[in-house]
Structure formats: C-alpha cells, structure tokens
Design a protein around this ligand. Sequence first.
Ligand code: HEM
Length: 229
Amino acid sequence: MNMLDREVTMPAAVALDAPLSALLREGTRAEHEQAENEGFVSRLMSGGLDVAAYADLAAQQHAVYTALEEASAVVRADQRGTGLVFDELTRVPAIERDLAYLHGDGWREEIRVLPATETYVARLRDVGGDLPRYAAHAYTRYLGDLSGGQIVQRMMQRHYGMGVAGLEFYDFPEIVKVKPFKDLYRERLDGLALSAEETDVAVAEAQEAFRLNRAVFVELGERHPGVSR
Ligand code: HEM
C-alpha cells in the first residue's frame, strides 16, 4: 500500500499533540509486539536455531545499516536534522567486523541479501534523506538496538556459545549509560519541531519500518526453519 493512502493508527489514549517520541512509541506498540513474536525471532531467541541463522541476520543488517547510515550523512548536513545523527550509534564498522568473524574474510562474496531486505533498503534509499522519515527509520533501528538488542546479544551468548566476537553490533562502547542516552535521543526527536503533517508522516513511516523488519524475519524464517521438536 502506498504510505500516503494509509491513515496513522494511534491508540486513543495518546494525545495528538504528544511529543514525537511518545507518538512513535505508541504508534508502533502493536507492530513491536508482532516483530518480537515473529517465528524466526522467537526461535532464534529461545535457542531453536544456530549461529548460521544469526550470521544470516547480521548479513541483512549490513545491507540495512549501510543504507540507513548513508541517509544519516544526508540528514547530518540538514540543519534541522543534524542533532539526530550520533557517531556513537554508527553500526556499519561493527557489523563488518562481525561478518568477517562469522563468515570469514570472503564475507562480501558469501552473504546473500534477501528480497525483503532489498525492499527495505530501497525504501531507505527512497525516503531516508527526508527528515521525518529518516527520524522514523533511525528511531526504529537505533532505539531498538539499544533496547531489545541488548537482550538479543545475551540470548546469542547463552544459547549459541558466542562470546564478544560476532556480536559487536550490539555493543556501543562510546555510550556508557544506555538509559540517559535513550532519553537524550528522545529529546532530540522531540526537538525536531516537526509540523503536525510531518509528525503523521513520521509515525506512519515508523509503522512501515517495523513491517519492513518483520518481512525480513519472515524470509529468514523460511531459510532457517529450525528443528521441529
Ligand atoms: C528479540 C525481539 C525483541 C525484544 C526482546 C525487544 C525488547 C524490547 C524492550 C524490552 C524494549 C523496552 C526498552 C525500554 O523501555 O527502555 C524495547 C524497545 C524498543 N524496541 Fe524492541 N524488542 C525486540 C525486537 C525489536 C525489533 C525487531 C524492533 C524494530 C526493528 C524493535 C524496536 C524497538 C524500539 C524502537 C524500541 C523503543 C521503544 C520506545 O521506547 O520508544 N524491537 N524492545
């Protein structure tokens, strides 16, 4: 469906003039629950898959963050958006180290980007330079990595015997305390002073970002069905 044809769905409890960070959180609550409960994610998190499945996820993340961080460079040059781009969040170098560990030095030739990932990347390339939509995509990924991502890292270590190598993606060495950083990020979102129309666009795009992530999980699930017990 075209984004412009879709109404933003928002729980009635959230005031329409609430800060952007609150609108994003409430506007994606249902999508978050769906993403968290997607078969591939729950199997990976509960030990039903293997390091190869995680390595495949990391390959998809490489494609996504390459496009997202190209968009960050555009937004950084925009006076209104510059405060939303943090060097501390940059993920591509860490993912590349993870991929070299997980797939070996020839990882660039070895990894396979899934069709759903191509769709996600195409969306980022299309709209990532537009501030409200960039805010939506950056919010979805970076606040997610700083939140549930930390749980993902622990579960990979617990279930698949991984250490630090291969999981650098979830480490933010320059962010000493995650909670205050997430609060600062939310302040920056709220400080963008988007118009009402731009705010609607941002919330709809965040819902789309979650759907794009979920579609990637669905395809990863087809490639990694796990063992039936
Ligand atoms: C393994 C599955 C996941 C788990 C266990 C998980 C868990 C969590 C938890 C516990 C929080 C709340 C943290 C807090 O209040 O500080 C959170 C927040 C968040 N997660 Fe997830 N998550 C998962 C998957 C995802 C996915 C797939 C995405 C999007 C791609 C995502 C995006 C977010 C975002 C954007 C937030 C911030 C919400 C806000 O405060 O505005 N999460 N997650």
